[in-house]
Design a protein around this ligand. Structure first.
Ligand SMILES: [Zn+2]
Length: 373
């Protein structure tokens, strides 16, 4: 069931890339062939995930017909979910550690996080959570079928703590087959407990007969030592999504401050617009009724324009600039990779350059006129 997002929802944009871009069949570097976007609730607010899809550029390769999604997508939210892992864990924790009812969970999500979910959606998450903790996907036969066509697997481990000081849900996922392998809620995990989970993942991989090509995590100490001990020689990569969010926090704070400063500086749009409109009213009705009869307006309203009464092209340009600048100042889109303040600064610079170009053209035109005179 598609989730209905209000039209004015302010989504943070998160872009995800494919990490391993070698074609799994021929080994060529894959190209981005498409983008897929999905929207979901996180405890940090609504997010639009932009997933860059890759495929093999060689039309003769079977890898050409298949697209590969970013590996990390599943660590943010499994396919078709309208909520991220953090919301999912939060719901599970509320239900099983605090024994909250579904209406309570629903009200808290709405009041504390502005997340509106139906009771059906919450009930479904609770069932999923239960199943995940019971690890019923462990059915070895179905797992074997699922991984039949896969040679190498990529594992990730993540500790999700929905509320500080409470238990953490440790989730081990396999990213190639987009499967949650198992999860366990631990109040305070020691390095040994974490290692036990990693050892369990090793058993699973061995029983499937698959090679683990890579581990991905946020590289907490216990993950680093556990993976190194159980999977010697297997590369362990920092989850760039985690990394990005950690790095992004101070960046976004600074960015938001800059945005406020820019908005303070770029002011007086209304005044300019009103001046144009007042000017039009006082310069007589004919100048408005004669508005652009054949689209042959000269772009500059210099003193040379002494033809028949015409509309106010210069005023139109000014109003267009005002509208553009207002749009720029109100644009809050962008995530850590495209901080909104930076986008705002770029866009305002473009406007300034554009105005400068207009002025240069006008100056050049009057100079030419002078030399002709
Ligand atoms: Zn290929």
């Amino acid at each position: 069931m598609a989730y209905q997002w209000p039209a004015d929802t302010d989504f943070a944009l998160w872009e995800l890339d494919v990490l391993d871009r070698d074609c799994p069949i021929c080994g060529r570097m894959m190209y981005i062939c498409d983008h897929r976007s999905r929207r979901l609730h996180t405890l940090e607010g609504p997010v639009e995930l932009i997933c860059k899809l890759n495929h093999c550029p060689d039309p003769g390769c079977p890898g050409h017909a298949k697209t590969k999604s970013p590996e990390l997508e599943v660590t943010i939210a499994p396919p078709h979910w309208a909520i991220g892992w953090d919301v999912f864990c939060w719901i599970g924790h509320r239900r099983f550690a605090r024994h909250s009812s579904i209406p309570q969970i629903q009200a808290d999500l709405r009041d504390d996080y502005e997340i509106k979910l139906s009771d059906d959606a919450i009930a479904k998450s609770i069932r999923r959570y239960q199943v995940m903790l019971a690890a019923r996907q462990q059915d070895p036969e179905s797992l074997r079928r699922h991984y039949q066509a896969v040679d190498q697997i990529v594992l990730s481990i993540d500790g999700l703590q929905p509320e500080k000081g409470h238990e953490t849900l440790y989730v081990v996922r396999e990213l190639t087959g987009k499967r949650v392998w198992f999860a366990e809620a631990l109040i305070s995990a020691t390095a040994d407990e974490v290692r036990r989970l990693i050892a369990q993942a090793k058993q699973w991989a061995e029983s499937l007969g698959k090679t683990v090509a890579l581990w991905i995590s946020d590289r907490q100490d216990a993950f680093v030592t556990g993976v190194a001990a159980e999977f010697p020689g297997v590369p362990h990569r920092y989850c760039d999504n985690h990394f990005l969010r950690d790095v992004a926090r101070p960046v976004l704070e600074a960015d938001s401050h800059t945005k406020v400063q820019m908005r303070k500086k770029v002011r007086g749009l209304r005044k300019i617009e009103q001046a144009v409109l007042t000017d039009r009213r006082t310069s007589g009705p004919e100048s408005i009724t004669a508005h652009d009869p054949n689209g042959a307006l000269t772009p500059s309203a210099g003193p040379a324009n002494t033809g028949p009464p015409h509309a106010d092209p210069a005023g139109d340009v000014v109003l267009d600039y005002c509208a553009a600048v207002r749009g720029i100042l109100n644009d809050d889109q962008g995530g850590p990779l495209h901080p909104p303040g930076l986008r705002m600064a770029d866009a305002l610079t473009e406007v300034r350059d554009s105005i400068q170009r207009d002025l240069d053209v006008k100056k050049g035109a009057s100079r030419r006129r002078n030399s002709v005179d």
